[in-house]
Each structure stands twice: as C-alpha cells, then as structure tokens.
Design a binder for this molecule. Structure first.
Ligand SMILES: [Fe+2]
Length: 271
C-alpha cells in the first residue's frame, strides 16, 4: 500500500525507469563539469551517423509545413539547420547567445532533474551529441541529438519561449515533492507536447511531437482532444510516455505561456 502511494509521487519518466523499461531512461548523475559553448568539440561522426540525420531530417521536414508553428520554422531557419550534416552544438550555441542569451552544454544522456533544471535556470540547454541507431529510426525512448536539436532548439531562439523556459528552471529548482511532479507534468504538456493557435489554425510547438514521425501525424488529428492552456488544469492531467497522446493543451501565444506560467508559479510560491 505504502509502495503504491510512493509510486504515485514519481513522474512518468521515473515510473518508466523504475519499471526497468530501458536503462538509457535512467538519469545519469554528472560527475564533473560538462563542456559548454566554445568548450564543445565536434565528434568524429562516421558517415552513417550523418546519413541517419539526413534521413530523419528530410522525413520529418516533409510533415512540418502547415503543422509546425511559425516560431519553430523561423528558429530552424536562424539555426541554419539542414539535411547535409549533423549540426555542430557550438555553432547552435552561438546563435542562441545572439538571439536569447542562451548557450548549449553537451551532456552524456538523460541527466538528473536537479542538474537539468539548474542548467535551464542559468540559460543553458543540455544537449546530447550522439544520434540513434538505424534500428530506432521510428522511435527511441532515450534522448538523442535528433530530438534535442531538431525538436527543442528552434524555439530557444524565441524570446518569450526562452524566457518561459528559464523561469521554468528556476521554479523547478525551488519546487519539492508534489510541486516538482506538477512542473514535470507542465513540461510534458508544453515543452514536449504543446500546441499553439497560430493565425492560420492549430500548430505544433512541442519537441516530443516535432521530432516524432507518429506524433507529428497524430497531434492535429480528430483523435486528439485539445484543451486551452491553464497551468492549474494541466498539472492534474495524467500522461503516459509510451503511447500516442490522446489529450493535448493549446496556448494562444508564447507571451501567454510566459505570462501564464509566471503568474501561476508566483501564486503557488515557486518564483
Ligand atoms: Fe525533450
């Protein structure tokens, strides 16, 4: 009984790791400083890695017109992402610094939430620099550079989103227990699986959707129930990291995300 109660307090990621689904989903404790910005070195990728990037980039890009939000497309353009080569984290870091004051750190995989939130608070985005294998082209439960770069990075060139994400790191560092779980749920339904109403209709901004072949085709379909952004409502929503998402939340603008998050975290004493 007590064990069941304790399990409820885990985030969905922790539950997955707890159940031994994939060892790569168990967060690693960083045992020293990680390279940031100009300290990052470009790995000696085999040609097959560049081929995987090219394949994933081209396949995903085909679905993004009319689905990804304008701010994401603008960000991908600013970052100069292309199918040719795996991007250099150091170059991306320079684009962030110019646009929103963020930098990139190279991390070895999924890291502990404390390290993750601490980096966000300091305007540092932790990214992996290795790519999934050929056998995981459609799905990988573990982080890789395709998800981190293609999914997450374009929006970090947007001022309101970047400001929201820095605040998120700060609030999460201040949160404990249930508040921490609430913030992880909010992260899931915004940063990973968020939708936005652009002038032309519903669009995607969540990295978990934009970097996934199945989610990008599913997220705007009739099978998904879309609920208006409201932090208090979002944090009560259950989710499952292993299946297509049946419920998503939509913001009206990134300014709404920034302001709504600020007001909610202020109210519950996390900022
Ligand atoms: Fe992610």
């Amino acid at each position: 009984m007590k064990e069941d109660r304790d399990k409820k307090k885990l985030s969905a990621y922790e539950k997955a790791a707890d159940e031994g689904i994939d060892p790569r989903c168990i967060p690693q404790k960083l045992d020293g400083p990680v390279p940031v910005h100009d300290e990052i070195v470009y790995p000696d990728y085999p040609e097959s890695d560049h081929e995987i990037w090219k394949f994933l980039y081209n396949r995903q890009m085909e679905f993004l017109p009319g689905r990804a939000c304008d701010e994401y497309i603008e960000g991908a353009y600013k970052l100069n992402l292309s199918a040719d080569r795996i991007p250099y984290l150091r170059d991306l870091s320079h684009v962030f610094l110019e646009n929103t004051g963020w930098k990139v750190a190279r991390v070895p995989g999924l890291i502990h939430v404390q390290d993750f939130f601490g980096m966000l608070r300091n305007k540092i985005f932790p990214s992996t620099d290795y790519i999934r294998g050929k056998e995981e082209l459609d799905y990988t439960p573990a982080p890789d550079l395709f998800h981190d770069i293609f999914g997450h990075m374009p929006l970090l060139t947007n001022k309101s989103f970047a400001s929201f994400y820095r605040m998120f790191g700060e609030a999460a560092m201040n949160a404990k227990g249930d508040d921490r779980i609430k913030l992880e749920t909010l992260h899931w339904f915004t940063v990973e699986f968020g939708l936005i109403r652009n002038t032309d209709g519903m669009r995607i901004y969540g990295a978990g959707i934009l970097s996934s072949l199945n989610e990008v085709q599913h997220a705007l379909s009739d099978e998904v129930e879309v609920i208006d952004f409201d932090p208090e409502r979002i944090v009560t929503q259950e989710y499952d990291v292993w299946h297509l998402q049946p419920i998503l939340f939509a913001i009206d603008s990134f300014e709404q995300l920034e302001t709504g998050f600020y007001e909610w975290t202020k109210k519950i004493g996390l900022l």
